[in-house]
Design a protein around this ligand. Structure first.
Ligand SMILES: Cc1cc2nc3c(=O)[nH]c(=O)nc-3n(C[C@H](O)[C@H](O)[C@H](O)COP(=O)(O)O)c2cc1C
Length: 380
């Protein structure tokens, strides 16, 4: 069966996926099982305008296989061009996916994410165009339905869309339900029955354990399940294994070192002028001077010419090993790491106090010290 680490903006970056993959490869016992992973979503329109900044959402390393690059947008032309560009430059991806499922009202109002489902005919046209424009497998991730009234239409839409897709991931709640309420898995099972072996159907939503992945996949005859929130810093969600405290400690250290290395690598390969912070500063400067260039100080980059040098895992490990912890200062990923760390230590006695302590920490040297103080007495 297929286990999927579902896309999560700000979470499923190249390092977190690598850690999850490593645990899967080490502990998976069933040769028929696969772990698919997804990048965070990347906006296709933004990619055309400022590829160096947007590419961070889809950076991969050479050790990653079965990775799908996820894009979103509302404009057929930019979506098709982005998909073609990704395929041409980064052939290591297993596939490209269109996001038709996220629920933010602001983005939906532009016609993207779940907003695409409001005009299903147009959406099917876009799906067809992208799938015909690329040779890589193409997939979509969407919702069981938009609201209770469009259930029948959505069923037809899913079946038709599946004709153009290698896989369809379906979150079994409406966009209005967000993360709670009635789940109609029978509907997804019916889609699978109708499309047969022509397209893989992956369920998604609120699956909390390894066992549930197996049971629900079997019960509804799906190809697999993709999971998001329960997988954050919980790589054992996809394998039947209970980590020891020592395992957790070692994973945390590896995750922190690689994350710091990744930030250093990314900063070295994308100029600081393309950082979010610098773009905001430029905008403010121009807003103050009433300049109508709207703060775009950057030399426009033709996205056709822009190629990000994707790192190898060995390169990242070399960076990680060449920087002593004391030198890892001024890196913002240290703060971002908290969201993983809080989950890694879940259930360990004293983790509440540890979380409170860590919430105040803003640099890696102090964070490494705190992690050692917490774990060393209990792992030796
Ligand atoms: C923080 C966060 C970020 C997300 N980002 C994306 C995204 O980039 N692309 C996407 O298709 N879904 C995204 N999702 C939705 C998840 O992939 C998934 O569909 C949803 O969380 C339900 O699955 P779960 O119950 O296993 O978490 C995101 C969810 C969360 C919580």
């Amino acid at each position: 069966m297929i286990f999927g680490l579902a896309p999560m903006d700000g979470i499923t970056d190249c390092i977190f996926r690598t850690i999850t993959n490593e645990v899967f490869l080490r502990y998976n016992k069933n040769t028929n099982d696969e772990l698919w992973t997804w990048t965070e979503f990347m906006n296709a329109d933004g990619y055309m305008i400022n590829p160096p900044r947007l590419v961070r959402h889809i950076v991969l390393n050479d050790a990653e296989t079965k990775l799908i690059a996820q894009i979103y947008g509302w404009n057929e032309d930019t979506l098709v061009k982005t998909a073609i560009d990704i395929e041409r430059k980064y052939p290591q991806y297993m596939g490209i996916e269109l996001n038709i499922g996220c629920p933010s009202p602001k983005v939906m109002a532009c016609g993207a994410w779940s907003g695409m489902l409001r005009d299903k005919k147009n959406c099917l046209g876009i799906i067809k165009s992208i799938s015909e424009a690329i040779n890589m497998p193409f997939s979509i991730k969407t919702r069981a339905w938009l609201n209770p009234d469009d259930k029948v239409e959505q069923f037809d839409f899913l079946v038709e869309a599946a004709q153009y897709c290698h896989a369809v991931g379906i979150h079994w709640r409406t966009y209005g339900q967000w993360h709670s309420g009635f789940v109609d898995r029978e509907m997804i099972a019916a889609v699978k029955q109708k499309v047969g072996d022509n397209c893989k159907i992956l369920g998604n939503g609120w699956i909390k354990t390894y066992q549930e992945h197996i049971e629900i996949t079997a019960k509804y005859s799906l190809d697999g399940i993709m999971s998001a929130q329960a997988a954050i810093a919980n790589p054992r969600l996809f394998v039947d294994y209970q980590p020891t405290t020592k395992d957790r400690y070692e994973i945390i250290l590896r995750h922190m070192k690689l994350l710091a290395a990744f930030e250093i690598y990314f900063n070295d390969n994308v100029g600081p002028e393309y950082s979010n912070k610098q773009i905001i500063i430029n905008r403010r400067k121009h807003a103050d001077s009433n300049d109508d260039t709207k703060g775009n100080d950057l030399e426009p980059i033709d996205f056709h010419d822009y190629l990000f040098p994707m790192p190898t895992l060995v390169q990242l490990e070399e960076i990680a090993n060449s920087f002593p912890v004391e030198e890892l200062v001024g890196l913002r990923s240290c703060i971002e790491f908290r969201k993983y760390l809080f989950n890694y230590v879940k259930g360990i006695p004293g983790s509440k106090e540890f979380k409170n302590e860590v919430a105040q920490i803003r640099d890696y040297p102090t964070l490494f010290e705190a992690v050692d103080r917490f774990f060393l007495p209990i792992v030796t």
